[in-house]
Structure formats: structure tokens, C-alpha cells
Design a protein around this ligand. Structure first.
Ligand code: NZQ
Ligand code: ZN
Length: 416
């Protein structure tokens, strides 16, 4: 079939394939280009490679980090030592908060611009990496970066400062993607811009040991963030797509390792598998050839804009209501999820029953590892529901395009 399609002179081969199959939209993959430019250094010795990377950039480094975690666990001292040995002038940029704000972004741009820094080194979790990418595209932006990148979603047309990451919290995949999520508390909006490969970190250092000091709450929030990145990309399409098989493997590995890490947070094997799965879940590889859903993230981000709650927990709190709601619209995939990810026995059961059991297994795993399963626990009140629904961007790549009323309903169910 392939040779025949390639020889076709009646339009592109994918159009031809769609006509031949008679099932529009069900053929795997389209035409795409793929490139991921981030160089990764993984493992217990990975920080030593920072020195090598630093040599590629000029002398001025903006060191962006969060609050006190890297000072308490010693990562700050190790990084400073390497910066000193490499002869760098360091401009410190501390205080990047979880869910970084637009005000902090303006502050970071000022440091970058006034000192004409050559590299932004982000040491922290997704918030610090996202923030560093936002500063990198905004420092030389001639207009308000919130308006340009987050409101109007425009691409970058000015100088970009290179970014490198030393990751200390696992979940977002920010270490190997172009995502950058910024919160505008005044406008009650939390918005992600997915920048192109010119904004991806140039390098990222992934040492699983650096994640040992994460509080359990953050560790499990990160684990669910990973899981949800996968389900957001898995629950779409009806075609036979290699990416779905890859994602089933990633989910199984994550479920397995999460149980070990919850029992023993210092288990290197489990922590390293979780770290590696996080990177694969959102380094843009598995989304190729798929439409992808992302509605849990859209609702979760709007919850975050109202509550400043931990990202992974906002996703956990709305997930079961969301997936149970869309299940009938993508029933076949939910059956596959139940069977291939959760090992549900299918003999003698209806499709609805199998799908329901799969979702029940997912829920019990979520409760077992200690996720927040109710929006009230994150500070959501009845009065916020309309505004959260209003602030939710509606995507059209999943099994059901949600109306405002449906989002309100899912939010209400997540409060029960
Ligand atoms: O501020 P410090 O003191 O460093 O404490 C942090 C923070 O309080 C702490 N922490 C990090 N590493 C630690 C540690 N504590 C002890 N030991 C360590 N080794 O953990 C807390 C949370 O950190 P944060 O960076 O906020 O977490 P996460 O990595 O989950 O990042 C969340 C942000 O990323 C965005 C989220 O919306 C949110 O703003 N996302 C980015 C994405 C992307 N770039 O593609 C996709 C995601 O879906 C997500 O939206
Ligand atoms: Zn996420």
C-alpha cells in the first residue's frame, strides 16, 4: 500500500490514503518535521558536565532559582562552585515562585537586559525553567511580553538569550520542550505558550539524586503531572498509532515506579525512571501525528489562576470527573487503556464495564499515592466556578469539544 501511495500523483499521499481508506481522520500520522535540540546529561555525575557547557557561552550568567530549596540541599553551592571555576560573572535572580508571575518576569528581564547576560541558567523545577524561557524571549522584546506572547500568542521576532537547566523537580518536561507557563494574577489568567525549538533549553542536567529532597506532596504532584501529560496525548484519535503503544509503556513504567518511590523516596532506580519518563512524556516526541486533547490542563491552569495551587494537584482534582465524562465519546480507547495499562480482564464484560473498571483502577492508584482528588482542598469555592470555566481555553483535539456548561459541570463534580 505504501509504494502505491508514494507513487500517487493525485494530491498528497495522506489525502490519497484517506480517500482509499474511506475513514477520514483515521490514518496514522500526517506530514511533520521533528527536531529536539536540547542536549541532556543524565545521571548521578551529570552536573560535572555543566563546566563543559558553560564554556560555550560568554562570561555573564544570570542564575535563576526558586526560594530556599537549592540552598538547603546544597545544589546552589555545587553550581556556584562550577560557575566560579569557569570564570563566570554571576547575576543572581532568586525568588522564582511556583506558578511564576508576570511581575517576576518583568524583574528577570530587567536583570538580563541591564547586564547583557550571555546565558540564563535555571536551577529548579518547571517553574524556574519556564520562567527562564520567558525571560529569554522577553528581555529584548520591545512591547509587553504578556500581551505579545500570552495574550496574542505571537512568535518571537527578537533576540533570544540561551537557556540551560539544572532540574531539581520532576514533572513538567520543561527541561526538553518550548513550554513556558506564566500567571497573570490580576487578570486571573494562567497561560502557557509553547515556543519553537529556538527557545528549547540548549542543555539540561538531570540528576535523579537532586529530587530526593522534594516534599512528598511535590513528588506525587509531579508524578501525576507526568501521567496526565501522557493521557492528554493518548486520549485522541481512533487510528493505529505507534505513539499510543509508546505511551502505554510510559504509563506502566510510571505507575510501577511511583509505588516504589512513595514507599522509599531514596530509591534511585525508581526516581531515575520517573525523571526519564517525565522528559519523554512531554518532549514533543509522542505527540507527533496525533491531535491531542489537553483539556485537563486547560481546566487545571484556570484553577491555578484562581488559587495558585500546585500544578499537578489541579490536574488530579479535575481528572476523574473529566475522564468519566468524555469516556462514552472515546469508548474504544478507554477500553484499550483499561486492558493495556491497568490489566483489566475483559472476558464476558461489556465495553462500558471494561472502561469503567480501567478508570476505577486509575482512581485507586491516584488515591494510593496521595493525590488531591477534590477542588475544595485546593481552595476552590462555589463563587469561583463560573470564572474558572470562563478562563478555560477550549481545545478541539480530544473526543469531545466541551461547552461552557459542560466545564462548569465537570468543575462541580470535582467539588463533590
Ligand atoms: O522554590 P523552591 O524553594 O525551589 O521550592 C520548590 C517549589 O516550592 C520545590 N522544589 C523544587 N525542587 C526541589 C524542591 N524542594 C525540595 N527539593 C528539591 N529538589 O518544589 C516546589 C514546586 O516547584 P515548581 O518548579 O513550581 O514545580 P513544577 O516542576 O511542577 O513546575 C510547575 C510549573 O510548570 C508549569 C506549571 O503550570 C507550573 O507553572 N508547566 C510547564 C510545562 C511545560 N513547560 O511544558 C507543562 C506543564 O503542564 C506545566 O503547565
Ligand atoms: Zn502539566
Amino acid at each position: 500500500m505504501c509504494a502505491e501511495l508514494l507513487k500517487s500523483d493525485k494530491g498528497s499521499w495522506i489525502e490519497h490514503a484517506l480517500q482509499k481508506s474511506g475513514k477520514e481522520g483515521k490514518i496514522m500520522l500526517g506530514n511533520f518535521q521533528y527536531c529536539n535540540p536540547t542536549k541532556l546529561y543524565f545521571g548521578e555525575q551529570s552536573l560535572t558536565f555543566l563546566k563543559e557547557e558553560l564554556q560555550k557561552y560568554g562570561p555573564k550568567v544570570q542564575l535563576s532559582y526558586g526560594r530556599d530549596s537549592i540552598k538547603k540541599n546544597g545544589i546552589y553551592d555545587q553550581v556556584m562552585e562550577l560557575l566560579k571555576e569557569a570564570g563566570k560573572t554571576v547575576f543572581e535572580d532568586p525568588g522564582v515562585m511556583p506558578n511564576p508571575t508576570v511581575e517576576k518576569l518583568y524583574e528577570g528581564c530587567k536583570i538580563a537586559r541591564e547586564n547583557e547576560v550571555d546565558l540564563i541558567l535555571a536551577v529548579g523545577g518547571g517553574s524556574v525553567c519556564d520562567y527562564a524561557k520567558a525571560v529569554s524571549v522577553s528581555a529584548y522584546c520591545e512591547e509587553d511580553p504578556w500581551e505579545k506572547y500570552y495574550d496574542r500568542m505571537e512568535e518571537v521576532d527578537n533576540r533570544i538569550i540561551p537557556v540551560g537547566c539544572v532540574l531539581t523537580m520532576v514533572g513538567t518536561g520543561s527541561e526538553m520542550n518550548g513550554g513556558s507557563v506564566i500567571t497573570n494574577s490580576e487578570r486571573k489568567r494562567k497561560i502557557g505558550h509553547v515556543f519553537g525549538e529556538n527557545v528549547f533549553p540548549k542543555f539540561s542536567i538531570l540528576n535523579p539524586v537532586f529530587t530526593y529532597t522534594l516534599p512528598k506532596y511535590q513528588m506525587v504532584a509531579g508524578i501525576y503531572d507526568i501521567f496526565n501529560h501522557i493521557t492528554e496525548q493518548y486520549f485522541s484519535g481512533e487510528d493505529d498509532n505507534t505513539s499510543d503503544y509508546v505511551m502505554e509503556g510510559l504509563m506502566k513504567s510510571l505507575i510501577h515506579s511511583s509505588r516504589i518511590a512513595v514507599a522509599d523516596p531514596m530509591d534511585y532506580e525508581a526516581r531515575s525512571n520517573i525523571m526519564w519518563t517525565a522528559t519523554w512524556a512531554l518532549n514533543t516526541m509522542v505527540e507527533q501525528g496525533k491531535t491531542t486533547d489537553w483539556m485537563v490542563h486547560m481546566i487545571g491552569q484556570s484553577v491555578g489562576a484562581y488559587t495558585d495551587a500546585t500544578h499537578g494537584m489541579t490536574l488530579a482534582a479535575v481528572s476523574m470527573a473529566y475522564y468519566r465524562y468524555i469516556c462514552p465519546y472515546g469508548l474504544q480507547k478507554f477500553v484499550r487503556f483499561a486492558e493495556n495499562v491497568w490489566g483489566i480482564q475483559v472476558e464476558g464484560k461489556s465495553k462500558e464495564q471494561i472502561a469503567k473498571e480501567g478508570l476505577a483502577s486509575m482512581e485507586s492508584w491516584m488515591r494510593e499515592i496521595g493525590l488531591v482528588m477534590n477542588l475544595r482542598e485546593l481552595g476552590v469555592t462555589e463563587e469561583m466556578i463560573e470564572g474558572i470555566a470562563e478562563g478555560t481555553f477550549v481545545m478541539d483535539g480530544g473526543y469531545k469539544i466541551l461547552s461552557h456548561e459542560e466545564i462548569v459541570d465537570i468543575l462541580r463534580k470535582s467539588m463533590e
